[in-house]
Design a protein around this ligand. Structure first.
Ligand code: ASP
Ligand code: MG
Length: 429
């Protein structure tokens, strides 16, 4: 008998029949002899609709009230799901994040989990009930205010509960069969990955793969929670996210041998690029520029500094950032112009980022060369490059990004020879 935490995304519980279908699936796991804890997201597009509703009332809703509003979405689905399971003759109890003991910091809208004390969940499973927990929400430690964990935060709730309950596995159910070598919406020949390491999954999530949120993967890695990403619309085995050496059915040496060089290609079209033109090439200027950007609360991603022209002693610095932070960063930089002494600013939100990820690239030469030649053969210009030990990212024009992803996917022999990947619902969550 195992303790399983299952998380169902909004597309899996989009309507009453979805709720009933998921309830059946949960009942099957329970009847098979497992203890089951379920984390559920808001139905379909409920969260977006609640955000629209708030914005129709006021352009800047108070963040505390916004959080209480948004947690309502998950409370609706948790109670309906508990009813549906009860209908199948299995006792089910639903719990809000607060009741489940999800304690967070007080940053409304993107709170971090600081502790999980799931005594009521443990009691429910000890008494033979299925516990249903509202995802994406918690309560602050000191003020008892309700918080949310940021978009897609139910994944994090599930992994955090799995860690606290010492669950055997955390199953994340969405409308795709697992983690793919690229987004199946762009690359129909993308292949399902059977097994991926935490490190690779972290890079994939940080590089725009939306199948799991970044914080959930960070949490899973820190606590060693095995995560099984799979579809609630099919019975297929999905993708196991673990340390390679922890994976079932193989000794460490064999696993390392099997490890593919490349795990997949991720893409992100949510970033923008700022270029600071005519920057004095003297010590301290870059520090000053990025202090200004950091001071505006903006997280930057890639940075490129050109060689300065000898005649002028001036250089250009470009960096990428989430497009949603573009205005904040541009405003802060413009205010600092006289002090920093640059000539002008350029803003470009028509960029795309492609990232090639694979733990094997650490020990295999030639990966960058193959990537760049695939892009050049497809006529795609590279504007920026950055690398980590297991990732190479390039910035391209936004309208060339999809072609770039397909070209690179093919160049690294990632295309599947089997049927096309299935997207059951359409949202990928
Ligand atoms: N309902 C929330 C959202 O859409 C949380 C989640 O789905 O994980 O972001
Ligand atoms: Mg959702």
């Amino acid at each position: 008998m195992a303790l399983i935490v299952q998380k169902y995304g909004g597309s899996s519980v989009a309507d009453a029949s979805g709720v009933k279908r998921v309830a059946k699936r949960i009942a099957e796991s329970k009847r098979a002899g497992n203890d089951v804890v379920v984390v559920v997201s808001a139905m379909g597009d409920t969260t977006d609709e609640l955000i629209d509703l708030a914005n129709a009332i006021t352009p800047v809703p108070p963040s505390r009230e916004m959080d209480i509003l948004l947690t309502a979405g998950e409370r609706i689905s948790m109670s309906l799901l508990a009813m549906a399971i009860a209908n199948l003759g299995i006792e089910a109890r639903s719990f809000t994040g607060q009741q489940a003991g999800v304690i967070t910091d007080d940053v409304h809208g993107k709170a971090r989990i600081i502790d999980v004390t799931p005594s009521r969940i443990q009691a429910a499973i000890d008494e033979g009930a299925v516990a249903i927990v509202a995802g994406f929400q918690g309560v602050t430690q000191h003020t008892n205010d309700v918080t949310t964990l940021g978009r897609g935060g139910s994944d994090t709730t599930a992994v955090a509960l799995a860690a606290a309950l010492k669950a055997d596995v955390c199953e994340i159910y969405s409308d795709v069969d697992g983690v793919f070598t690229a987004d199946p919406r762009i690359v129909p020949s993308a292949r399902k990955i059977d097994r991926i390491s935490y490190d690779e999954m972290l890079e994939m999530a940080a590089s725009g793969a939306k199948v799991l949120v970044l914080r959930c993967v960070e949490y899973a890695r820190r606590y060693g929670v095995p995560v099984h990403v799979r579809s609630s619309f099919s019975a297929h085995t999905g993708t196991m996210v673990t340390n390679y050496e922890d994976a079932e059915g193989g000794d460490e040496g064999a696993d390392v041998m099997e490890q593919p060089i490349i795990a997949g290609v991720a893409h992100d079209s949510s970033e923008a690029k700022i270029t600071v033109v005519g920057v004095p090439d003297v010590p301290g200027t870059a520090a000053h520029i990025f202090e200004v950007v950091a001071g505006s609360g903006v997280n930057i991603d890639m940075i490129v500094q050109n060689v300065s022209a000898a005649a002028t002693g001036l250089t250009d610095i470009s960096f990428t950032l989430p497009a949603t932070d573009g205005t904040a960063a541009m405003t802060a930089l413009a205010e600092s112009q006289a002090e920093v002494g640059f000539a002008s600013l350029q803003y470009d939100d028509t960029i795309g980022k492609l990232s090639l990820i694979g733990a094997g690239m650490k020990s295999h030469p030639g990966v960058s060369a193959r990537l760049f030649s695939a892009l050049s053969a497809a006529g795609i210009n590279i504007e920026m490059i950055s690398t980590s030990e297991i990732r190479i990212s390039v910035v391209t024009r936004a309208d060339q990004l999809a072609d770039a992803v397909r070209a690179v996917h093919t160049a690294f022999d990632l295309d599947s020879s089997e049927d096309e990947a299935v997207v059951y619902g359409g949202t990928g969550r």
